[in-house]
Design a protein around this ligand. Sequence first.
Ligand code: GLN
Length: 547
Amino acid sequence: MARYVFITGGVVSSLGKGLASAALGALLQARGFSVRLRKLDPYLNVDPGTMSPFEHGEVFVTDDGAETDLDLGHYERFTGVAARATDSVSSGRIYSSVLEKERRGDYLGKTIQVIPHVTDEIKDFLRVGADEVDFMLCEIGGTVGDIEGLPFFEAIRQFGQERPRGQCIFMHLTLLPWIAASGELKTKPTQHSVKELRSIGIAPDVLVCRSERPIPEKEREKLALFCNVRPDSVIAAYDLKSIYEAPLAYHREGMDQAVLDAFGISPAPKPNLARWDDVADRVFNPEGEVKIAIVGKYTQLEDAYKSIAEALTHGGMANRVKVCIEWVDAELFEREDPAPYLEGFHAILVPGGFGERGTEGKIKAAQFAREHNVPYLGICLGMQMAVVEAARNLAGMHKAGSQEFDHEAGQARFEPVIFHLKEWIKDNQKIARDVLDQKGGTMRLGSYSATLKEGSKVAEVYGTHRIEERHRHRYEVDVKYREALEGHGLCFSGMSPDGRLPEIVEVTGHPWFIGVQFHPELKSKPFAPHPLFADFVRAATEISRLV
Ligand code: GLN
């Protein structure tokens, strides 16, 4: 039966709770334990799939097709444990499940209340898979005291009481603000946050304090005294140059030891941190630098393309180079020639996206990369736009475009090289969708296989002919254009096993031009960079050494 660590936050949001949880997962693994990480989000959306990337950052997709919080991406990158649909839940999902049961008559005769019905539903979620791992780490989104968060806090309090003693601990992450005028780190906000937590019946076992300065012994003792934790369970979390330093940094501060102590696990198995030493060495000792442009739509908010930025960093680590990313707004190229903007880059990446805005600019970026032999990686919409570019400029189909942009227009403006997929097969079952379907959870989601063409670039890059990658899209390249496009140098080098859905295209004769319908970035890890990203950065590195 798993031991549970609940990770909560206080004072302010964005303190790096997800990263602290992920790093703790990595450290427990380094001591030989198995872990699973889980996220509970208090918002009312059923999942983040319908939220704008500006609101919520990237939507992370699991193998089993759930659209989840981007923290699940951190969890996977640090532990290598593939997240599942059952590792992410929101108030919206909990309530919709309770209401569904109510309508079905499951609680017949009862008044449905937050306690016990909603809290029971949350506890059921927490228990899933408890017998599979040594530790279950559950992070509660938001901060203590938020109205929507209350049922979650109440549920974890009850959960802690119901487990055998010593099987559940609480870790609370707060901020120690630095007051420049008086030259002091202030502990009061943390004291208040812990007071709030204790008022709902939760006493933290470990306190993680974000601080931009070293925490003096005096402040540490004060925190321990006022917050009722042991002094060696006050863990400092300093700003880091790279997130991949987090496991080593938290280990230095004693986080894993404090957690094992709180569970009474003694003697604690010795950690093997070789993996993280190597990761840190690659991050901090690069032997070169490459400049990569990401031409996208949500460029003001880096979190919108979180996994892509991380996967590029991993690609850099594989090649021992630093990857400098520049975010370029695709709309710019709808007004201006891309050449002066893109000339200085060693590679260009066009990421996924939704809607028409910026797409003509993405097409221009793909054209620039193709014509100037600059390495190009197109992901999802970035692949679709590369296909449209090839259709227009290589195959002479001047009206080529995507049905996605014709929906609102009523009358078709484009030749639908990219079309709306209404039926496909998943695990031997037919799935059918319509244009007018509900928006939530109706895309082609999760892991699908692809077969790679013998002798193609991607077969060489992956070193295999069969791959599994994660998807999140409604539209597809129409296979009926395959012959026309292949005749003009756009090779369909990866297909769904039934041969109906193009999964990968590449430009023949170009040093590195690959478009993929799926999201390879979701599976990259610092200790196991994704082959496509590793090779893309390798190609960029070669260019950087030529100039
Ligand atoms: N908007 C496109 C589609 O739905 C691409 C989606 C994406 O890039 N994730 O097919």
